[in-house]
Design a protein around this ligand. Structure first.
Ligand code: ADP
Ligand code: ZN
Ligand code: ZN
Length: 803
């Protein structure tokens, strides 16, 4: 039998399956989708069996044998194996990368070298002999630590030792030590045979006699008896008990948040939506729905009820949520509804915890997974529904290879299983809404809030006006007034600082110099905590200069607004307010995110101040005021999605207020109140924004009217990068259709990062049958010829941002 194996080597000419002979002993158990250890070149690597066959096109004596089977059960189903092939083509990446992205990081290969001692009697070095101490296998790392590298080289050359590699996985299954206590008669016998001095052992055996036949965790036993591990070991050696290791799951900390009550009656709109979804669930056909519902309209309730139907059919459900900010409240709702049938996979889990959640899914112990992007690859084998909440979020697109979009993968998997996909959002991406308008997706709409609450009243505050009247504070008069009112009424406030592209930087007030990163063409960000300047692209750090590097003026100081600075200003303006700050700095620690939200939900603070993180998902009854401190900051990004992102953010943030009984109010502070994205966010009507934005996209030829692909080049040498970009563009021009527009090569918006100059070409096309082929050829050219000279080229099909 022959196995086709994709090996764990990401390099150009290796990106294809290799044939290996399956040793007879494993023929009956090997299946496609298992991991194996195979010899490759002069070492052993991990590989994935993708196919089994009877014959190879190569001569049999040229083939090597599989060395070891790592899994007894396939870790990738037939469906996922097929999906990986598709994914590799779609994202123009290596098949090995497409395979690995489907599995938890814990299952990636871990290679460890060890020494096999073939002829111990030939070893002359006494030191080395002593080090080996009769062992047959010794860890290479250990031998190097003890400085035996030269000895190793010599003995290896003489064949006295050989070096081999173990191929394991990064994180192991967690096991716990259990103690099974023996029978009374046996314990009695041991007790009598003990020496009188063995007091501790005697004590332990006596305790065991009282607990004969029981099995308990070793940890527990130590707590109960207060004895030393060595004593336990001694009595086990005498046969008083048996120790065994039992597999356990690492249980992530439960969020412990209150669940919202289960509504008894669906709203009319919810009923209409659910009826259509039910029909689709029963039909066994794939169908994609766009569930467009204003914030608080009860989309989540629709998800929960659809899942209930899917579970009743004996099928599984995948629910994606954009990022950790959503999970505490979201997951507690799912857990409250479906209990232990839910696995949770989000980025705050440790590798081991993620692996355990994955195993629960793989073994069929759970039926629902709620997770971030990568949960789209959940190893269910009977998927009945796939849901993407906040489908417009850019986090659904992976930023590195394989650059997949979870939405595309969802639709692909749903086609395989013949099941519905729900894309849910209050502010759908233009692409999805356009598809729904054309009937490619089925549109479901929830116009009203579930409990008939009014959408909050949105006020736009012109900050230029504030400046003119002499208010230099970051709080406008109307917002400050509103905050004061809420503090008096004991209601809660959310303040949102849109940090992207507008964090604090250091500016010379005399000459206007902004302190920039020496490696990148971008200004350094001021971090108050350590009085340091940091580059968010390359990690460069330096002290805040005391004088301007250009004009030596001392009037150099930071400018702009960081959350810490806002916090200080709040303390000045509203000394009684209790503030919780939520940003990257305060949520670095595991579980801190949940803790802060819990504190806020328990009313332990008046103001929640934060960045993007707090824009979504929050659903607390006492929030009646939302303030956006500077709405413009995303508008000025050099990105065709800037207006869309701004509108989405404003709508999401506004949706945090007045979700329950108390009415809500929103203040949006801006320097560009006339921009349509801001003006239309006031009414919170999606349609007018969609129409306006579509006109702009049509005019400039951007998605969804055209597809775009971004090809980026970077090199340490400016002339070289320009040259390669030129070559790349020429190649594409020659190999793509006339209708495809190629913009560039041009310098990228951030033209240098980490001392590498960046160039790009943007391809725009409506239909380009030659696209995949041309890009694959370009990548081949790059990997075989250009890469050697230090060029890095990346291809991003339908990028979420262009910078
Ligand atoms: P969305 O996901 O659209 O933002 P949710 O599903 O979170 O909306 O619902 C918003 C609030 O309304 C929640 O507190 C939820 O419990 C409540 N809710 C949802 N559906 C109903 C209903 N049919 N009747 C009463 N309350 C509901
Ligand atoms: Zn200066
Ligand atoms: Zn930098």
């Amino acid at each position: 039998m022959i196995a086709e194996v994709i090996v764990d080597v990401a390099a150009y000419p290796i990106d294809r399956p290799f044939d290996y002979i399956v040793p007879q002993v494993i023929e009956s158990i090997i299946e496609p989708g298992v991991r194996v250890k195979v010899p490759f070149g002069r070492r052993n690597v991990l590989g994935y069996v993708t196919r089994l066959k009877n014959e190879s096109e190569l001569e049999i004596d040229k083939l090597k044998e599989i060395d070891e089977l790592i899994d007894l059960e396939p870790v990738l189903s037939k469906e996922l194996l097929e999906l990986s092939k598709w994914l590799a083509v779609q994202t123009l990446s290596y098949e090995i990368d497409a395979l690995q992205v489907m599995l938890p990081a814990a299952m990636r290969a871990k290679y460890e070298k060890f020494i096999v001692v073939n002829e111990p009697e030939q070893i002359e070095s006494e030191d080395f002999s002593r080090f080996i101490a009769g062992r047959k296998r010794v860890s290479m790392k250990e031998a190097i630590e003890f400085d035996f590298l030269r000895v190793l080289k010599k003995y290896a050359a003489e064949g006295i030792i050989t070096v081999d590699t173990t191929v394991g996985q990064k994180t192991a299954v967690k096991k716990e030590r259990m103690i099974r206590i023996g029978k009374k008669s046996e314990l009695q016998r041991i007790l009598e045979s003990l020496h009188v001095n063995a007091r501790k052992q005697t004590e332990l055996i006596q305790w065991m006699i009282e607990n004969e036949g029981q099995t308990l965790r070793a940890k527990q036993l130590f707590e109960l008896t207060n004895i030393q591990p060595s004593v336990l070991k001694a009595v086990i050696e005498r046969g008083a008990a048996i120790e065994e290791y039992v597999e356990v799951y690492r249980e992530p900390e439960a969020p412990g948040m209150k669940d919202v009550a289960i509504p008894e009656q669906l709203t009319d709109e919810q009923q209409v939506a659910l009826a259509q979804l039910s029909t689709s669930i029963k039909s066994g056909k794939a169908e994609t729905f766009l569930l467009h519902g204003v914030t608080g309209s009860g989309k989540t309730e629709v998800y929960l009820r659809s899942i209930q139907e899917v579970l009743a059919k004996g099928q599984d459900a995948i629910v994606l949520v954009p990022e950790i900010s959503l999970t505490p409240q979201m997951t507690s709702r799912f857990k409250a509804r479906f209990g232990p049938l839910v696995a949770v996979m989000h980025s705050a889990l440790s590798a081991g915890e993620k692996y355990d959640e994955w195993r629960k899914i793989h073994r069929g112990e759970v039926k629902v997974v709620v997770g971030a992007r990568s949960a789209i690859f959940a190893p269910f084998e009977n998927v009945g529904i796939i849901i993407l909440d906040e489908e417009h979020e850019s986090t659904y697109k992976q930023e590195d290879t394989p650059r997949y979009h979870a939405r595309d993968v969802a639709i692909r998997r749903a086609e395989y299983y013949g099941c519905p996909v729900i894309l849910g959002s209050a502010t759908p991406s233009l692409e999805s809404y356009a598809r729904a308008s054309k009937g490619v997706y089925t549109l479901l709409t929830l116009m009203k809030r579930a409990r008939n609450q009014q959408l909050p009243e949105v006020n736009i505050v012109d900050m230029r006006e504030e400046l003119r009247t002499g208010n230099r504070s970051m709080f406008s008069v109307p917002l400050a007034e509103a905050i004061r009112k809420r503090l008096e009424a004991n209601e809660q406030i959310v303040l949102f600082l849109n940090k992207r592209g507008f964090s604090a930087f250091v500016l010379c007030r005399d000459c206007g110099t902004v302190v920039e990163c020496p490696n990148c063409d971008i200004s350094l960000t001021y971090h108050r905590a350590h009085e340091r300047l940091k580059c968010h692209y390359c990690g460069h750090e330096e002290n805040v200069p005391l004088a301007c590097p250009e004009c030596t003026s001392e009037h150099i100081r930071f400018f702009g607004t960081g959350t810490q600075k806002v916090e200080e200003e709040i303390a000045k303006l509203f000394p009684v307010a209790r503030v919780l700050r939520m940003d990257v700095d305060t949520t670095r620690q595991k579980g801190s995110h949940e803790r802060l939200l819990r504190q806020f939900s328990e009313g332990k603070a008046d103001i929640l101040l934060g960045t993007q993180m707090i824009a979504k998902g929050l659903d607390f009854p006492n929030i009646t005021l939302v303030g956006v401190l500077a709405a413009d900051t995303t508008l000025h990004l050099a990105d065709f999605r800037a207006a869309e992102k701004t509108f989405q953010l404003m709508t999401q943030v506004s949706g945090r207020a007045g979700r329950h009984d108390l009415p809500g109010e929103v203040f949006i502070q801006t320097y560009t109140p006339d921009h349509y994205a801001i003006e239309l966010a006031k009414e919170q009507h999606y349609e007018p924004f969609y129409k306006h934005e579509m006109l702009a996209r049509r005019q400039f030829g951007y998605p969804p009217f055209y597809f775009v692909t971004l090809v980026q080049f970077s090199h340490e040498d400016l002339l070289k990068v320009a040259d390669f970009a030129e070559k790349g563009a020429r190649y594409l021009k020659e190999n793509l259709s006339q209708e495809t527009v190629i913009i560039g090569p041009t310098a990228a918006a951030i033209s240098r990062v980490n001392n590498r100059y960046r160039y790009q070409c943007l391809l725009k096309y409506k239909k380009e049958p030659k696209l995949t082929e041309a890009l694959q050829q370009l990548i081949k050219l790059y990997k075989t010829n250009w890469m050697k000279s230090g060029l890095v080229m990346t291809v991003d099909v339908e990028p979420t941002s262009i910078y």
